[in-house]
Design a binder for this molecule. Structure first.
Ligand code: NDP
Length: 387
């Protein structure tokens, strides 16, 4: 494999640092072009120094002087703000890791897609809010979108070499999160610390809360629809608490293919990094004999209403998925700041979504407008609750 040029959007986060870990183990295979972060200047500058990156971008412009100072004596240029993020996404590297959290990642992802890059997509919120626009743009520019989310990466691997017309359905597995066995009454009292304590995966705060509400699986349902082009009724969700089977594809002849591995994001990230080849990872090897058992159960829509909410957003289309995502981002942030309770998150999401227009967005600017409006509605609902 020739040396691949790579940039990481969201280099200081959980997916970003796992990507850096793999790249730094294989300096002969990867050349880092650009790294970005929102506010964590120290970690950004440190990673840029270690990897000899050419560009480091901080979203918060007030932090640019600090970044510049930390990069003194290197050949790495420091930049800040939205235009610089777009430059990091579209310029220089052929392979881009999209690992910004939330809808904030949408514009940089679109810049990479419009430039025809290979985009390793962790930032599921961009597909949830602008899936059709993104896949159309990729078809126009020739960009490849490689799924990094472990479930979608598993499906991508299972589909390889098969005809789309031979697929019967997709089965997304879900760990069930830290509250899988909890009652609604117990969930009502849960704190942010309890909600971020995922039993199998170590992840950023937002996706950890999404796993506790199971909104993460709801977002993944919409993500799967856009990535693989299947309707909602052909995408099932199955709870699998051990997180060993990462997802499955059922074919028309009744065969089911699954991808398995230890719950370590470096496996799907490595798959995208080396694609279409493979590379070594330090991830723990699966010891199936050592695992007592693998279990599966149907999801409980009563205790986890996020699944139904996401499915109805996907089926309603229009602005509903954007409203669902925006309200969820606002409500999760409020829960993390202890402004609302755990069960309030879904209430805010469902109520915001109910007011969404049936008109689909025609441009990324439309998506951003709908997102902004939905955030304002969700914020208003939360202030009414507090009053
Ligand atoms: P983290 O919160 O750990 O990291 C987020 C990254 O994005 C950080 O580098 C952060 O910078 C940057 N960032 C945050 N807000 C902005 C903004 N407004 N503008 C620019 N950059 C920003 O998130 P994760 O790594 O957990 O998740 C990233 C994405 O990957 C999410 O969409 C998530 O759903 C998805 N994903 C994550 C998995 C995981 O295992 N963590 C698994 C599958 C998917 P700073 O550090 O400065 O705040």
């Amino acid at each position: 494999m020739s040396r691949r040029t790579v940039s990481i959007l969201g280099a200081t986060g959980s997916v970003g640092t796992s990507t850096l870990d793999l790249i730094e183990r294989h300096p002969d295979r990867f050349e880092v072009v650009a790294l970005t972060a929102a506010r964590n200047v120290a970690a950004l500058a440190d990673a840029a120094r270690r990897t000899y990156a050419k560009l480091a971008v901080i979203d918060d412009e007030a932090l640019l002087p600090d970044l510049k100072q930390r990069l003194e004596g290197t050949n790495c240029r420091a930049a800040a703000g939205k235009d610089a993020l777009a430059e990091a996404a579209a310029g220089g590297a052929g392979w881009i890791m999209a690992a910004i959290v939330g809808c904030a990642g949408l514009e940089p992802v679109m810049a990479a897609i419009d430039a025809g890059r290979t985009v390793a997509l962790a930032n599921k919120e961009s597909l949830v809010t602008a899936g059709a626009l993104m896949t159309e743009a990729a078809a126009r520019s020739g960009a490849a979108i490689l799924p990094v989310d472990s479930e979608h990466n598993a499906i991508f691997q299972c589909l390889a070499g098969n005809r789309p017309s031979d697929v019967a359905k997709l089965v997304l597995t879900a760990s069930g999160g830290p509250f899988r066995t909890k009652s609604r009454d117990e969930m009502a009292a849960m704190t942010p610390e309890q909600a971020v304590a995922h039993p199998n995966w170590s992840m950023g705060a937002k996706i950890s809360i999404d796993s506790a509400t199971m909104m993460n699986k709801g977002l993944e349902l919409i993500e799967a629809h856009h990535l693989f082009g299947l309707a909602s009724e052909r995408i099932d969700i199955l709870v699998h608490p051990q997180s060993v089977v990462h997802s499955m594809v059922e074919f028309i002849d009744g065969s089911v293919l699954a991808q398995l591995g230890s719950p370590d994001m470096r496996i799907p990230i490595a798959h995208a990094l080396a694609w279409p080849e493979r590379m070594e990872t330090p991830a723990q090897r699966l010891d199936l004999a050592g695992l007592a058992s693998l279990t599966f159960e149907a999801p409980d829509d009563e205790r986890f209403p996020a699944l139904k909410a996401a499915r109805s957003a996907l089926e309603a289309g229009g602005a509903a998925p954007i409203a669902l995502n925006a309200a969820n981002e606002e409500a999760v942030a409020a829960f993390l700041q202890r402004r609302i309770g755990f069960l309030d998150i879904l209430g805010i999401v469902v109520e915001t979504m109910a007011q969404a227009s049936a008109e689909p967005p025609r441009s990324i600017a439309d998506v951003i407008d709908i997102d902004r409006e939905a955030r304002a509605k969700a914020t208003h609902l939360m202030s009414e609750m507090a009053a």
